[in-house]
Write a protein that binds this ligand. Sequence first.
Ligand code: SOE
Length: 382
Amino acid sequence: MAKPLRIGLVGYGFMGRAHSNAYRQVNQFFELEHRPVMAAACARNEAKLKAFADNWGWESTETDWRRLIDRPDIDAIDIGSPNNTHSEIALAAAAAGKMVLCEKPLAMDGAEARRMTQAVEQASVPNFVWFNYRRVPAIALARQVVQEGRIGRPFHYRAQYLQDWTISPDLPLGGATLWRLDADVAGSGVSGDLVAHSIDTAMWLNGPITSVTGMTEIFVKERALQDDPSQTKAVTIDDACQFMCRFGNGSLGLFESTRYARGRKNYNTLELNGEKASVYFDLEDPHRLQYYDHGDVGHLHGWRGIHVTGFEHPYMKNWWVPGCTIGYEHTFINSLADFLKGLETGVPSAPTFRDALHTQLVLDAVLESARTGSWIDIDYAD
Ligand code: SOE
């Protein structure tokens, strides 16, 4: 009989739904010692919260996250609310001895992420950040290929994360759905929202980034407020962010991200070129890992598209039969399964708060470089 792990979720937006779905499904597909119990969902709007909790099967609701943390029947706090709420909730949850799971980006900036990391580490509570793209089977296979030494000496890493949903100047900012455009709530723009994913994956595949130089742009400088369209607010998030970097292993990196790439909806790509082989992934073709192996016989040199849906591929033996695909929501289920496995084995599942702190420090350096026009070295030391 699996041990119940009683979850208190904060937030009921996009990520509240993705996490709820993971809690509901994980034990159906993974054999685990723990069984998450959807004990309580928490948000401020009582009516919307009730509808959300009923829809997803949360046992109870709280409208104040402090009460949620005070509840002795809750083992883990899952933070899926906007970025400016992460720190206070995580610090209180850690102080109360609860496990803490947190949506990305971990924090508004590196200083906040460091305090959060120190809090969970001092309290010795399991902690985890939902950088879900690590759990795309094709990306996990890319990591396996790197770990197996197939790439050889790495030379280049390149990533793009492009969307187009903020192009219209008529799009307001703030409120329940457009807080990602408000720096006071989001901390930053595409850097924290999208580049954070790219950096997390990059450092997982290719090791630490040691120095960066970047640039950002704000294309629409002022927007109406979603909650009060008669008012406007200056846009201070980065609409687009590009940077070059050096990795500790000697390779060079190139990153581009924007929400102004017309036609690109959730275009998230990566490519790693090594002496022996290369890998390429594109989230718009999510089941395929492109692999080029220079060791192949000369006349058969070419990119092979591996359809990552076999039993031998990461996560796929837990799903359907070979060739059958899984989707975006499964990356959250795979993430949760790994977190729960970490509790079982005592080997914490990554990314932990410390891993996410490192991503945040790279983001801070990119934004500082964009402001100052200079190269910034990254110091990961506490
Ligand atoms: C932004 O548009 C967003 O929803 C991000 O917040 C998610 O992290 C990303 O996975 C999809 O795009």
